[in-house]
Design a protein around this ligand. Structure first.
Ligand code: F6R
Length: 249
């Protein structure tokens, strides 16, 4: 699918530093938590999110921000991992956000041995929660969102995906044994993500500048999965100046 124009213009907010971008992203979460009972929020992993989760932890301890009513949603996970796998996304997120914030209502992906039935019940559980209020996303160097690699269909649902070499390489740093990086993951589909009522994409650092411009100013194409977000009416993109360096508009 390739079109050249956006149906909607995402709101772009550019900050001088990654830390300032993290504060702005934490403000989005804090506002939602203040406004809505039991908000449903999708949480990604990855280095971009370190600042946001650190700021949320700070607000929980220093400013009495309460996240225990939040319904957390897992966005993606490696296939074959369980609670004992320290490199799992779940373990990463538990350390940085779920445990310190007392956020224990968390819908997990069926990652150990996913089946069409277990993936379908994850989607059914999402629907039973009333859908997602806020999907927080990062962006991969190849434009992936969650683990939807280039070529993923715009209407894809939660499923098992193959990780391409570039994504496996990017994740090697998290694995004690770099040859152990799984080749498969479970991921919300692009269609699943697009059903969230609001989407917040965060990108920081110069390495994201090219792909951010491709995603938000290039053609809308499944070859750049993040570009599909321009078909959603309520997307906010928060970046630092380095990541925004190649954006013209
Ligand atoms: C991880 C995820 C990925 C990351 C993306 C950026 O849960 O969904 O799509 O958001 O790979 O990762 P970092 O932030 O490490 O550059």
């Amino acid at each position: 699918m390739i079109t050249t124009s956006s149906r909607y213009a995402p709101t772009r907010r550019v900050f001088d530093t990654p830390a300032a971008a993290a504060v702005a992203a934490a403000d989005v979460v804090t506002k939602l938590v203040a406004e809505r009972d039991q908000p449903v929020i999708t949480f990604p992993t990855g280095s971009t999110m370190e600042g946001l989760y650190a700021e949320l932890r700070r607000r929980v301890t220093e400013e009495k921000l309460e996240l225990d009513q939040v319904r957390g949603i897992q966005l993606d996970e490696y296939v074959g991992v369980d609670d004992e796998t320290p490199e799992s996304f779940r373990a990463w997120l538990s350390d940085r956000l779920l445990r310190p914030a007392g956020l224990d209502r968390f819908l997990r992906l069926p990652s150990l041995a996913p089946t069409p039935e277990s993936l379908g019940s994850y989607e059914a559980s999402l629907a039973a929660l009333g859908g997602v209020d806020l999907a927080i996303l990062g962006i991969g160097g190849n434009g992936h969102i969650a683990f939807n690699e280039p070529g993923s269909p715009a209407d894809s649902r939660t499923r098992v995906v193959q990780l391409n070499a570039r994504t496996q390489e990017a994740n090697r740093r998290y694995w004690g044994d770099p040859t152990a990086v799984p080749s498969e993951a479970v991921s919300q589909g692009i269609g699943t993500i697009m059903e969230a009522r609001a989407i917040l994409l965060i990108a920081t650092g110069p390495a994201k500048a090219g792909i951010l411009a491709d995603a938000f100013e290039g053609p809308i194409t499944t070859e750049v999965p993040a570009s599909i977000l321009r078909g959603h009416p309520n997307v906010t993109v928060i970046t630092d100046t380095d990541a925004a360096a190649k954006l013209r508009g």
